[in-house]
Design a protein around this ligand. Structure first.
Ligand SMILES: Cc1cc2nc3c(=O)[nH]c(=O)nc-3n(C[C@H](O)[C@H](O)[C@H](O)COP(=O)(O)OP(=O)(O)OC[C@H]3O[C@@H](n4cnc5c(N)ncnc54)[C@H](O)[C@@H]3O)c2cc1C
Length: 400
């Protein structure tokens, strides 16, 4: 797949943070992870921490897939509001999945601190009502979140104007959120994996996967054989090829990043993560080098040519939308990129196994909360492998 346009901001900002060899020999390992993006790196890190002999392979350079295109807002609010998710999977399960995402934010914080990743930063999150008609559903969402003890405030028009400087009838403000540089964190994780004895190979494409008995056998494009007791498929949006079930809803998404603002400024209240109720939604965050990032305007197609051809127009539209919210501000677009993006029917990830691929585990952190889901997948799959017993909720499963 062609996952993104050239030059996403994180790649340019960080450059090549490390380099890994391609696989040039046959190897054995306990766990083979396909994919060295943020999901594979989180899985690999958890597995290595648990003392397992882990190998990661990636057909690209590590982190060069969707991870480098991600805008990496870390929120416990998934793309499907809690009140809607409750209707889909039951209130208890919906609350459980929201709580897991909340927990994941703080677990990523701990990992980032442990690894010395200084790009992670806790941030409040604010979702405003895009239209008058959304006022009621925002209130409904507020009520169900309060009922289950989430720390959320319902802001009215005056508060929003005062705190954020723009007009909206109401919105939900939450203290619990974060942002990170996903490419940077991925390399920190990979570094820690190799320090624990794990092996990372990039420019190594898995072409065949055969499972059965007590192990799996994989072949690479260059004819090298990998034998593993377990395989974790963290191949991002390219994981569909291993599945009989159609789980991905492919979209195209667009992002712009401003020039840095100097002197350092609080652009709006605590430089919170901002998003809206409309779908697809416009969203904003800041970066650690004092820029504003604006993303959204998703298209309902996977067509990389069309996606990249639309980038200039979409960049202008994102800029216009930002200026409409914050008239009079000086936002000079410095970088822009487009990325393929995958949603699921309910906003939840796919984590676990399918019966036709024994010894294989899927870690598919899809949707706008892909990264928090990746953390959840990494923990659950590691626990399942270590304890030889899976404890993965059915609402993350493939037959839901
Ligand atoms: C524009 C955009 C904005 C986003 N914003 C957010 C956000 O704000 N918050 C959030 O949480 N998420 C967000 N996401 C989603 C998030 O970025 C993804 O969920 C996450 O990056 C997926 O990481 P991954 O490691 O699973 O996939 P990838 O980074 O794509 O990594 C998978 C890797 O697997 C490798 N691979 C695939 N097939 C093979 C094979 N056969 N052999 C070897 N290697 C293989 C690929 O080369 C790739 O590097 C956004 C995504 C996009 C595109």
């Amino acid at each position: 797949m062609d996952l993104r346009s050239e030059n996403p901001f994180w790649l340019l900002k960080n450059g090549l943070l490390n380099t890994y060899p391609s696989l040039e020999e046959n190897i054995d390992c306990e766990v083979l992870v396909i994919g060295a993006g943020i999901t594979g790196a989180l899985c690999g890190w958890h597995l290595a921490q648990a003392g397992l002999d882990v190998v990661l392979v990636d057909r690209r350079h590590a982190g060069f897939g969707s991870t480098s295109a991600s805008t990496a807002l870390l929120q416990y609010e998934i793309d499907t509001p809690l009140y809607e998710l409750s209707e889909l999977i039951g209130e208890k399960n919906a609350v459980k999945s929201y709580l897991m995402c909340l927990d994941a934010i703080y677990k990523i914080k701990d990992i980032a601190e442990q690894l010395g990743d200084d790009t992670f930063c806790l941030k409040p999150s604010f979702q405003y009502s895009s239209f008058k008609k959304d006022e009621e559903t925002t209130e409904q969402e507020y009520k169900i979140r309060k009922k289950h003890g989430f720390k959320a405030d319902l802001l009215g028009r005056d508060d929003i104007k005062k705190m954020f400087g723009f007009e909206s009838a109401n919105g939900l403000y939450s203290e619990d959120g974060a942002q990170v540089d996903p490419f940077h964190l991925t390399y920190k994780l990979l570094d820690a994996i190799t320090k624990k004895g794990g092996r990372v190979y990039d420019s190594t494409s898995v072409t065949t996967l055969t499972t059965g008995g007590k192990s799996a056998e994989l072949m690479t494009e260059r004819g090298k054989k990998i034998k593993a007791k377990h395989v974790v498929i963290a191949a991002g949006y390219e994981s569909q090829r291993y599945l009989q079930e159609e789980v991905e809803i492919l979209k195209s998404s667009y992002v712009i990043v401003s020039e840095p603002f100097v002197p350092v400024k609080e652009f709006w209240h605590e430089n919170a993560l901002i998003w809206e109720t409309a779908h697809p939604y416009l969203y904003m965050r800041t970066t650690d080098d004092h820029r504003i990032l604006v993303g959204g305007l998703d298209d309902d197609f996977y067509n990389p040519k069309k996606r990249d051809a639309a980038l200039n127009k979409k960049s202008r539209q994102l800029h216009e939308k930002f200026m409409k919210l914050f008239p009079g501000s000086v936002f000079k677009t410095d970088f822009s990129w487009a990325g393929t993006f995958t949603e699921t029917k309910d906003g939840l990830p796919y984590i676990g196994q399918v019966n036709y691929l024994p010894n294989c585990w899927f870690a598919l952190g899809f949707g706008g909360n892909g990264i928090t889901f990746s953390l959840i997948a990494a923990e659950m799959i590691t626990e399942a492998i270590v304890k030889n017993k899976a404890n993965i909720p059915p609402f993350f499963g493939f037959d839901r």
